[in-house]
Design a protein around this ligand. Sequence first.
Ligand SMILES: Cc1cc2nc3c(=O)[nH]c(=O)nc-3n(C[C@H](O)[C@H](O)[C@H](O)COP(=O)(O)OP(=O)(O)OC[C@H]3O[C@@H](n4cnc5c(N)ncnc54)[C@H](O)[C@@H]3O)c2cc1C
Length: 410
Amino acid sequence: MADGLLIIDGEACIGCEACVAVCSYAALEMMDGIAVVNANCTACAACIDVCPVGALSLPERRRRGVSVDDYRGVWVWVEQFGGSAHPISWEMMGQGRRLADELRVSLTACVLGEGMASVAQDAIAYGADRVLVADDPALATYRTEPYAQVLIDLVRRERPEIFLLGASSRGRDLAGSVATELYTGLTADCTALEIDPATRGLLQTRPAYGGNIMATIVTPHHRPQMATVRHRVFEVPPPDYQRPGDIVPVPVDLDAATLVTQILEFIRGDEQVNLADARIIVSGGAGLSGSDGFEPLRELAELLGGAVGASRAAVDAGWIPYAHQVGQTGRTVRPDLYIACGISGAIQHRAGMSTARVIVAINTDPHAPIFDIATYGIVGDCLQVVPLLTERLRVALQHPQVAAQPGKSV
Ligand SMILES: Cc1cc2nc3c(=O)[nH]c(=O)nc-3n(C[C@H](O)[C@H](O)[C@H](O)COP(=O)(O)OP(=O)(O)OC[C@H]3O[C@@H](n4cnc5c(N)ncnc54)[C@H](O)[C@@H]3O)c2cc1C
């Protein structure tokens, strides 16, 4: 019986229900005293271990796993566009360096593109011991199939134990394709990466169940252990252009089938919001009561040279486009200053902004959870407080010497 991935030997099954009890996905049920599997099955294999009569199995390819000791080293994919590396790559490189040092192995950067000499040098400066460079016109712009083929071939040949990619649009796309073909685990959107000293396995932590718990995921039987991490979760390490490192050119031999997708044109989207790189973000939530409520926030953001963010409640209400959403299903940001206006501070919102250096919260409810993480809290109506704040800051910015005098009101 195999509606799901699991194979159940109906002759051997004794109907003890041990498999039903252990299944976290409600993928097993009893029918006429025999276990049957449904489409919820994820092939996690938890039931196989508890079956007392060995009636459960997975197809050989799925069950086999690999000899994990044959895999060594940490790899990072360096994402670039038009010859400029995405900063997320250097954030990954900082983590890769830390993990490689802990495991006492080398850190390898994978650079794919055309004319990649300077990106490869940067990769060494940011921590790579070795850079594998696939430099070819066919890789000039990102396409899933050729990029995936190059990386899959490299992984099969060199066998790294850990492979990290940024959780950008391209990184998510590429990581899924590579992990699927290599038949290994992939944990998306990690917020922490650690090594288990007992097993040297990668502990991959990410929010789960709507952000209400943090789940730590391991990949015990398959390699490489693959993870993506969102932009700005980790700091970019300082580059060191004196670091030594090897640049290794990789021959590119692509199947014609991987080149069928053609890039015809790049069209820049209308939405120019760059929340991830903003040093100051003024963010609004349901407390703004409507799209007009964002106007004073835009004024304040403009005065401070910052960007406007929003909670999902404000986005869902149609007051502001999704590109502004901060949080678990929006952007992760790490600004110097985050001003949260009329935002309650739900865990899913905090997941995207709690690492801001300074958080100012303005809320009418003194018990709003956002005050738990705020550096400064203002209990009040943001529709009144924000224009006052803007006015005062405008004066202070025009007359900094007056604002600096203690006791002087501006
Ligand atoms: C799977 C999942 C993913 C999610 N992803 C995200 C995400 O990415 N980002 C996100 O933000 N949310 C996300 N959410 C939703 C999240 O749970 C909250 O519902 C949402 O963050 C609430 O937005 P809010 O704080 O603007 O609204 P509310 O929770 O309604 O809070 C409004 C706040 O405004 C205050 N207020 C009211 N009037 C004023 C006023 N005049 N001046 C000052 N304060 C005032 C109130 O006291 C209240 O604290 C997600 C939820 C789920 C289940």
